[in-house]
Design a protein around this ligand. Structure first.
Ligand code: ADP
Ligand code: MG
Length: 257
């Protein structure tokens, strides 16, 4: 790990080579290599069950691959000293319903690793929390107990908590699945804004690209393996529409088998 970090002048946000993983003999991820550059907004797309969440857990060091290797921000993800530089919002993760903490308190915990748990919140910490709550549209709910929020609002609390440490890499696994189009646009605007402002790389896992198509730098399409890796224009050039016809991409994916 040390060697890679010291000799690479501008390490990739994520670099993976030859990753494979099986659940008890059933392959979920097969020979995946990819690279996400610093500051890049990258979407990882694929049908349900295509291995996206498994790949994300491999990329973040939460699962050990059967083969291959991963580097995040120049180091092994599990060994990264400044772990707060990676923000992760897992798929369908909900907060404990009885959690008495307020929205503001939960989001504030996203700053702890960065400043050191022994220090009280600084003015910068408080400002960052207020800014992020505004960005995800939760400013009005800051003093509410998170347990009283809807599922979609709780998801936004988790996104805000991941954003507030100003990560260099933000990984969001289907953060707005099942949410209506205007909420998806609001989410996109807040994430894209945060990313452009702080220069973070974002890996957004989704099964449809409609809401973010116009903002993407990079698209990875997977179905156990990577079946497309390129820019959105390149994908359009293959006759796959990302924004206009929401179902073009799923149809194309089905045609790949
Ligand atoms: P996606 O996120 O693209 O929907 P997943 O990575 O969740 O795909 O799942 C890929 C495949 O692995 C699916 O066939 C799924 O059923 C299977 N799978 C996912 N998690 C587990 C698990 N913990 N144990 C066994 N099989 C799993
Ligand atoms: Mg998934």
């Amino acid at each position: 790990m040390g060697l890679v970090a010291e000799t690479d002048p501008s390490p990739a946000a994520i670099e993976a080579k030859g990753l494979s993983f099986s659940y008890g003999g059933t392959p979920a991820v097969v020979d995946v290599s990819l690279r996400v550059e610093p500051g890049e907004f990258c979407a990882l797309v694929g049908p349900n069950g295509s291995g996206k969440s498994t790949l994300v857990r491999l990329l973040l060091g939460l699962l050990q691959p059967d083969a291959g290797f991963v580097r995040c921000l120049g180091g092994e993800p599990r060994a990264l000293a400044e772990r707060w530089r990676i923000g992760y919002v897992p798929q369908r993760h909900s907060l404990a319903p009885a959690l008495p903490a307020t929205v503001e308190e939960v989001v504030s915990t996203g700053r702890i690793a960065r400043r050191g748990w022994w220090r009280p919140p600084s003015r910068d910490d408080r400002r960052a929390v207020a800014h992020v709550l505004e960005a995800v549209g939760l400013a009005g709910l800051a003093r509410r107990p998170v347990g009283a929020l809807s599922g979609g609002e709780q998801q936004r609390v988790l996104i805000a908590k991941a954003l507030v440490s100003e990560p260099a890499l933000l990984v969001l696994d289907e953060p707005v699945a099942g949410v209506d189009a205007s909420a998806q646009r609001a989410f996109r605007d807040s994430v894209v804004h945060e990313v452009r402002e702080h220069g973070a790389a974002v890996l957004l896992v989704t099964h449809e690209l409609g809401a973010v198509a116009a903002d993407l730098d990079h698209v990875l399409v997977m179905k156990q393996s990577i079946v497309f890796d390129g820019g959105p224009t390149e994908l359009s050039a293959r006759g796959v529409s990302l924004g206009v016809h929401a179902d073009d991409l799923p149809l194309w994916l089905e045609s790949l088998t």
